[in-house]
Design a protein around this ligand. Structure first.
Ligand code: SF4
Length: 80
C-alpha cells in the first residue's frame, strides 16, 4: 500500500470522543480531554502519523468520517 499519513489538528478538538470510540487502537483521550493520535509527532500546528497498512487506513478513515469538526485527514505521505 502507498504510504499515507494521518493529520490531526488537535488544537481544534471539541472532546467528543468519537475517534477514540471508533478506533481506540489509534486514538485516545488525554488528561485534558482532547483526543491524541497515538505515536504521532507534532508538525507545525498539527500532529502527524505515518501509516502503511490497509487496516490502519480503514480505521483512521472511519475516525476522520466520524469527527464532527473535520480535523482528522488522511493524506499521501508527501502531500502537504
Ligand atoms: S472525533 Fe474529532 S472532535 Fe471528537 S475527539 Fe476526535 S478529534 Fe476531537
Amino acid at each position: 500500500m502507498e504510504k499515507m499519513k494521518i493529520v490531526h489538528f488537535k488544537k481544534d478538538c471539541i472532546s467528543c470522543g468519537a475517534c477514540a470510540a471508533i478506533a481506540p487502537e489509534y486514538w485516545e483521550m488525554d488528561a485534558e480531554g482532547l483526543s491524541t493520535l497515538k505515536g504521532s509527532k507534532k508538525v507545525d500546528d498539527h500532529f502527524e502519523l505515518e501509516i502503511d497498512t490497509e487496516e490502519a487506513r480503514a480505521a483512521n478513515q472511519e475516525a476522520a468520517d466520524v469527527c464532527p469538526v473535520n480535523i482528522i485527514h488522511l493524506k499521501k505521505k508527501d502531500e502537504k
